[in-house]
Design a protein around this ligand. Structure first.
Ligand code: HEM
Length: 490
């Protein structure tokens, strides 16, 4: 008699009014401020925080805002819709200052990146260039201080952000002798002019492939399968800490998430100059390319997507804007791990290094499938700095600071951001295939170390390409974004 297997239990519904909005939904944005602060008066801060909590935009709040934005567009309502949202996160140093025991929060104990802090982790594990005496990363001095927390303020205009910042400043008494916080640095990021869809400064469409979440996302397009909510949220099924010890997380930690913030400068004229000077001569079918086509193909192979966002694994040698614009197709691919797949997408390509999809499941060599779900991260972030000037284009040299305020959420930094940067992007032997003629090399976008990559030329005529770093880290920190209940118990 055939046995029928019971279907897996449905995931518990998420408390959308308890989870900070940026984690699962992304605060709607045209412009954003990251306001980094220190706590100067603990007793006063606790009182002020209670007054601040009603301002925090939860996932439920974001969903309402998104509906309002849609209605406004569909009904072509006159005037501007003014929307803003605020989230708050704390570093380990912030919890120490508040006298909160966060030992149950970071699964890795004293070694956990959250407890160690990003300045030390940057030197020890992330590969960031060091300053002169080699003890600290070569960062903006503001990020070398101890940062206790960060407000993320998001909105539709600079005026909206400034008003919100003022509202927060009034709550925390900023500018008065009674203030409970001190601002360390505020950085503004903006969606690039006229670019609602979101291209980063090298010109590639970003924010396409984020994980879909069981029990939350209602639209599931073909592509990587949905992950358990616990990959992003602490205290839920899929949270790696719970696999180690089911009673690990303290109650106040449920529905929170770890935030990795990175202040990444992009050297855009140098990047463009490199592509112009190293055009690929032929496509994978041996067809000779014009120089501009060869440069475009090299850029696409470094990222793993064309500037339009079309994945090169599906459209290997020619951009396909219709594919890029179709959410049902633009993330629907697997690499299938075999050597020939380099013809379509190099092992070193940024999207393959940071999300190898089925590369770790498929032989050769024979190996047990490795589940990469717990390595998925929810990427947020926004661009900062001006568009390229005519002088920069002409000289091929960066004259103004610009880049990405990179932010990502996960329930474990050891599994998520830190692992992706250290063990995948910076590791030349990853992904491991014994049949490969040479190591894949570093991630051409974010890999730190000796920057050599193979497979960028589809015909493998130019075996190994060495290139300077076009992304330079200038700061960052690890934070925890507690739930509303967690904030109330702070
Ligand atoms: C995807 C650019 C930093 C992890 C992408 C994409 C672009 C891009 C254009 C393709 C669009 C998409 O799939 O959403 C950049 C630039 C960076 C940067 C210009 C620095 C200035 C990082 C960092 C990490 C990271 C620091 C993590 C350590 C990822 C991941 C994906 C991705 C996980 C999705 C891959 C997939 O699922 O297919 N990035 N990125 N990126 N990036 Fe980055």
């Amino acid at each position: 008699m055939a046995t029928t297997q019971a279907p897996p239990p449905a995931p518990a519904p998420l408390d959308l009014k308890n989870i900070q909005g940026d984690i699962l939904s992304g605060l709607p944005k045209k412009t954003q401020l990251y306001v980094f602060f220190d706590i100067t008066d603990v007793a006063r801060f606790r009182k002020d925080l209670n007054k601040f909590i009603p301002l925090v935009k939860t996932v439920a709040g974001v969903l309402e805002d998104r509906k309002a934005i849609d209605d406004h567009k569909k009904k072509k309502l006159p005037g501007l819709l003014t929307l803003s949202g605020v989230n708050i996160s704390f570093s380990h140093q912030g919890f120490v200052k508040l006298g909160i025991d966060d030992t149950g929060l970071a699964a890795g104990g004293a070694q956990d990146p959250f407890v160690v802090g990003q300045k030390k982790d940057a030197i020890t594990n992330l590969g960031d260039p060091a300053n002169k005496d080699g003890t600290l990363p070569d960062w903006d001095p503001a990020f070398l201080k101890d940062i206790h927390g960060v407000f993320l303020i998001s909105g539709d205009s600079i005026l909206t952000l400034e008003k919100k910042k003022l509202e927060i400043a009034l709550i925390f008494g900023v500018g008065t002798p009674q203030t409970s916080i001190k601002e360390i640095i505020t950085i503004r990021g903006d969606v690039r002019p006229g670019d609602e869809s979101g291209h980063e400064h090298f010109g590639f469409l970003d924010g396409i492939s984020n994980p879909t979440i069981k029990g939350f996302d209602t639209v599931i397009n073909p592509g990587p399968k949905p992950v358990d909510a616990g990959v992003l949220l602490t205290g839920h099924t899929g949270d790696p800490a719970l696999d180690i010890r089911p009673d690990f997380r303290p109650d106040w930690a449920t529905d929170g998430s770890f935030l990795s913030f990175r202040y990444l400068f992009q050297e855009v004229p140098e990047f463009n100059d490199f592509l112009t000077k190293n055009p690929l001569a032929k496509d994978g079918n041996g067809k000779a390319l014009k120089p501009e086509e060869g440069s475009e193909l090299l850029g696409a192979r470094m990222v793993g997507r064309w500037k339009s966002g079309a994945p090169i694994d599906v459209a290997p040698f020619k951009d396909d804007p219709a594919l890029a614009a179709d959410p049902k197709r633009n993330n629907d691919f697997e690499f299938a791990g075999e050597i020939n797949s380099q013809l379509r997408c190099p092992f070193a390509a940024h999207v393959r290094k940071t999300n190898p999809r089925d590369d770790l499941e498929v032989p050769p060599p024979p190996r047990a499938p490795i589940d990469i779900d717990s390595r998925r991260i929810m990427r947020r972030g926004v661009q900062f700095g001006p568009e390229l000037t005519a002088k920069e284009k002409q000289e091929g040299k960066t004259l103004h600071d610009r880049g990405l305020l990179f932010a990502c959420y996960q329930s474990s930094l050891t599994n998520g951001f830190q692992f992706i940067q250290q063990s995948w992007a910076n590791t030349k032997t990853f992904p491991p295939f014994e049949t490969q003629p040479e190591d894949p090399g570093l991630d051409p976008i974010i890999g730190q170390g000796v920057r050599e990559m193979s497979g960028l030329d589809p015909l493998n005529e130019q075996k190994l390409l060495t290139m300077p770093a076009f992304v330079v880290p200038r700061g960052g920190e690890y934070f925890f974004s507690p739930s509303i209940k967690g904030l109330k118990s702070t």
